[in-house]
Every structure is written in C-alpha cells, then in structure tokens.
Write a protein that binds this ligand. Structure first.
Ligand code: ADP
Ligand code: ADP
Ligand code: ZN
Length: 216
C-alpha cells in the first residue's frame, strides 16, 4: 500500500505513523525526520533545510521532492510506504503523482483532522526521543519516567521549531499551502478524513477502518 498521511502540524501524523507501520509492515517516510537527521549530521542539505525549518517555513519544493524521489526508489519501498509530512504543497503532490505514475499511483490519503485550538497545546508540549525519535507529550502521552524514552531509554528533547511563535507560523503556512491538498485528493477519490481529537489508539483503529482493516 502506498499511503499519504495528511493533517496540520500537531494532528498526530508522526504518532499514528508509528502505530500504522507496525500493523502494515511498510516503511515510515517522514520528511521532517529526514531533515532533522541531516541537520544533526551537519550535511549541506541539513544546513540549507535548517534555515527554513527554524522559521516555520517550508523547505523549497525542489529540495524536498529530490529527497523523496531518492527514498521511494529504495528497495524497501517496493511493497509500499507511508508518507508522513509529504506532500505539503500542490506542486509536491503533482511531483509525487509523476513519480508514481508507473506504479498505479497512491492507494489512500488519510487526513487526520484536529481543530486549530488544540494544535498549539499539542505542539508546545511535544517531546521527542533523541535516540529513536519516539514522540511524547508532557500531558497527553507522558513517558513513564520524566524525560526518558519508554522504548529505548534515550533522553527526550523539545524541537527548536515547537516554540509558540514558530508554531503560529507553521499553522498559517499549513492553511495557505497544505490545506488545499484536502480538496485535491478528495477530487481524486483518495481522501479519508479521520477525527484526530480522540485517544491515540482510537484514532489508529479509525485509520485502520478507513483502510478496510479491523484492528479492534
Ligand atoms: P504531527 O506529526 O502531525 O506534527 P505528532 O504525532 O508529533 O504530530 O503529535 C503532536 C503532539 O500531539 C505530540 O506531543 C503527541 O504526543 C500528541 N498527540 C498525538 N496524538 C494525540 C492524541 N490523539 N491525543 C492527544 N495528543 C496527541
Ligand atoms: P510537523 O510535526 O509540524 O508536521 P515535520 O516534522 O513533519 O513537522 O516537519 C518539520 C519541518 O520540516 C516543517 O515545518 C518544514 O519546515 C520541513 N518540512 C517537512 N516536510 C516538508 C515538506 N514536505 N515540504 C517542505 N518542508 C517540509
Ligand atoms: Zn527512544
């Protein structure tokens, strides 16, 4: 299955992707994670991307499309993949169509819908594991031990772009540039909207239902 996870920053894409790939056995491809990995390795791509990410802006389409094209050409993507955070603009969506045109295109687009007023609280309270990238929240999904990852024991950190000011920029960038993708995919008959303001596991079960799976 070739799946796209859509939704505003803080909707729970990364969180749900962790659950979905365990059930579906396909690779989780997150452009945000790829950029953060490039930033910590200090590559030229990372340095370029950081200039945009720190301001809450999107990394230019050309760069982002290039890293996705390379990634989905890897052998582990032959049986499908879950895209999290790509596409985020109409040109990216069209570039993706072009990349997949010989493989029958996408199978489903899952839009996790969350009211804007919840997103700032979700993003400013988000914590991530330095070692394995697992996603936590100070209140909604707290680790058992403060600042320590339940899965790998790694230290948790707050992303530089999860400050209130940058979050506000990211939410307006989402409304202007990413929200139009909802209609784009609806017209193609690929869109499934799932309410994201439920407990994490309920959302996962409902995403499964949208894919025709029964995970109850
Ligand atoms: P995205 O990848 O869409 O930006 P994340 O998966 O990183 O979103 O989630 C953003 C924050 O919201 C994280 O701190 C996460 O723990 C929390 N979160 C995710 N899903 C839920 C949920 N269903 N209810 C409450 N908090 C959630
Ligand atoms: P979020 O959790 O807010 O959904 P991500 O981790 O997916 O954030 O992305 C973090 C940042 O990386 C974005 O704010 C943006 O600057 C950059 N980024 C990620 N995906 C894309 C993309 N498809 N196009 C352009 N920039 C991207
Ligand atoms: Zn961890």
């Amino acid at each position: 299955m070739k799946i796209v996870l859509l939704g505003p920053p803080g909707a729970g894409k990364g969180t749900q992707a962790e659950g979905l790939v365990k059930k579906l056995f396909i690779p989780h491809i997150s452009t945000g994670d790829m950029f953060r990995a490039a930033i910590s390795s200090g590559t030229a791509l990372g340095m370029e991307a950081k200039r945009y990410i720190d301001q809450g802006k999107l990394v230019p389409d050309e760069i982002t499309e290039g890293i996705i094209m390379d990634r989905i050409a890897q052998p582990d993507c032959r049986g499908g993949f879950l895209l999290d955070g790509f596409p985020r603009t109409l040109p990216q969506a069209m570039a993706l169509e072009e990349m997949l045109k010989d493989q029958g295109g996408l199978d489903a687009v899952l839009d996790i819908s969350v009211e804007p007023e919840h997103l700032i609280v979700r993003l400013t309270g988000r914590r991530m594991c330095k070692k394995c990238g697992a996603i936590y929240h100070l209140h909604y999904n707290a680790p058992q031990q403060e600042n320590v990852c339940d899965l790998c024991g790694g230290e948790l950190f707050q992303r530089d772009d999860d400050t209130e000011e940058t979050v506000k920029n990211r939410l307006s960038v989402y409304s202007e540039q990413t929200a139009p993708l909802i209609e784009f995919y609806q017209k193609k008959g690929l869109l499934h909207v799932v309410e994201g303001n439920h407990p994490i596991n309920t959302v996962l079960v409902n995403l499964g239902k949208a894919l025709g799976q029964n995970w109850n």
